[in-house]
Every structure is written in C-alpha cells, then in structure tokens.
Design a protein around this ligand. Structure first.
Ligand code: ADE
Length: 244
C-alpha cells in the first residue's frame, strides 16, 4: 500500500519508523512518504493560513498550498488509480474497525492534516471532483490537528495488511472483530499478588473456555458499551440454540 501524508509538522510522524509499522515500511508492505505542506508555499514566511471569511476566532488553512500539494501527489493520467483522500477532522465520519478494513483494501491513501480551524472547504470540494474524499473523526472531541489522528488510523489500517501481524488469527479474536469487546486475557504465573487466573482458563476444556470467553465478552460489552449490544443483529448474543 502507498501512503502519503501532508502536514505542517512532519516531525510528528517519526514514530512510524518503529515497531511493526517500521517493519512494514522496511519490507515494502507500506510505501510511506511524509510531506511538508510548506514545500508548496511561495512567500518568505511560508504562510499556510489566514483569517476566516465571515469572522470568528482562529485561522483557516489557505487553499493554494493544499491545491499544489494534491496536484503533486495525485498521479496523473499514467494509469495509476487515484488515491483515497482522508482528512482527519472532528466533523468527519466516525473512524471504526469497519472503516479500517475498508481502507486496508485501498492501494493508495493520501492524508491531509489540517490545523487551526481546518482547511478551506474548497480544497475538499475540488479534490472530490477527481478522487474519493473522506473526512474522518476519531471521536467526539477536538484535537489540535489531524497528525495524531493519522497515526491512529494508520496503525489500525497497517495491522490489517496481509503479512504484518505474525499471527493473523489474533485479528479474528480481538475486540470489535465481531461487534463485541474482547474477554480479559491472562498469562503466567497462575497466581500473582493473591490474584488467581480463572480456573476455567487452566482447565484445558476448549468448549468451556470458549463459552466463558463469550460470556465475559458479553458482560464487559453490556457494562461498558451498551451501544454495541444494541447494534448486534437479533439473537447474535445467544449460543445458536435460541437461549443465551
Ligand atoms: N482533528 C481535530 N479533532 C479531530 C478528531 N476528533 N478526529 C480526527 N481529527 C481531528
């Protein structure tokens, strides 16, 4: 997968050399480039923002550098498909595991990191005439800019790319894979500071273990995320027998 990120703070992306994302970059699974938006400014101050039309606090990112950045990074008519443009923003659609799966199937993602009060709307409107544009929100809170959101989105997407996770089975069992939160996990020792690992997990009885995990998963989800329980398809929480 090819990924381009445009930001006025390219230094934010240093962690993308670490851990499994760094490995995916090193082995070519992820072809990632970070670009400084100010490359596409032409004044001595390398200005990227200005006051909002209509008044109000804060500054808005000017369209010209963004227009030039997108022109430079969107492949021309050389047969390469257009990237999918992702703009992190508190007014975007909610980022979910389902969207992470959708993005993992793309061949080229282009992230535009806004700062201040956001990017001039015409940049997105113009981009939408030549590629798919999605504004994405991490949640109902406001960050300083899109950089941290890109780190989050990219980590969620990269771990879904084929070959990135050593054990692909963990993708199937993790939280959100089936609309529920994952059950608690334990490792050795069996007793630690007076706390025991639940007996069932040491029983070797795979049927009992699977039922225990499903029950814990449901209890946890009901307590912490009743919205996820409400979104389950009818009878998804039963064992298939019609009984819980
Ligand atoms: N930029 C500012 N706030 C954001 C949010 N909640 N999600 C994504 N990008 C953002």
């Amino acid at each position: 997968m090819r990924v381009d990120i445009v930001s006025i703070f390219p230094e934010y992306f240093a962690p993308l050399d670490l851990s499994l994302i760094g490995k995916a970059r090193a082995n070519g699974t992820l072809r990632l480039a970070v670009h400084d938006l100010r490359t596409w400014t032409h004044d001595v101050h390398r200005t990227v923002d200005d006051t909002p039309y209509g008044g109000g606090p804060g500054m808005v990112m000017r369209p010209e550098p963004w227009g030039e950045a997108l022109d430079a990074l969107v492949p021309g008519a050389d047969g390469e498909p257009e990237p999918r443009l992702l703009v992190p923003s508190p007014v975007g659609v909610r980022f979910t595991q389902a969207l992470a799966h959708e993005l993992a199937a793309e061949s080229h993602l282009l992230f535009a990191c806004g700062r201040y009060e956001g990017i001039d709307q015409r940049v997105l409107d113009h981009a939408a005439t030549r590629m798919r544009v999605t504004e994405v929100s991490l949640g109902d809170y406001v960050l300083f800019g899109g950089e941290v959101a890109v780190l989050v989105i990219l980590e969620a997407v990269t771990r879904l790319l084929p070959g990135v996770l050593g054990n692909a089975g963990s993708l199937d069992e993790e939280s959100h894979a089936h609309g529920l939160l994952e059950a608690p996990m334990y490792t050795k020792p069996a007793t630690w500071r007076g706390h025991e690992v639940p007996e069932v997990l040491r029983s070797g009885d795979h049927g009992r273990i699977a039922r225990w995990r499903r029950d814990e998963s449901l209890l946890r989800t009901a307590a912490r995320r009743p919205d996820m329980i409400a979104a389950l398809p009818p009878r998804a929480w039963t064992s298939g027998t019609g009984r819980p």
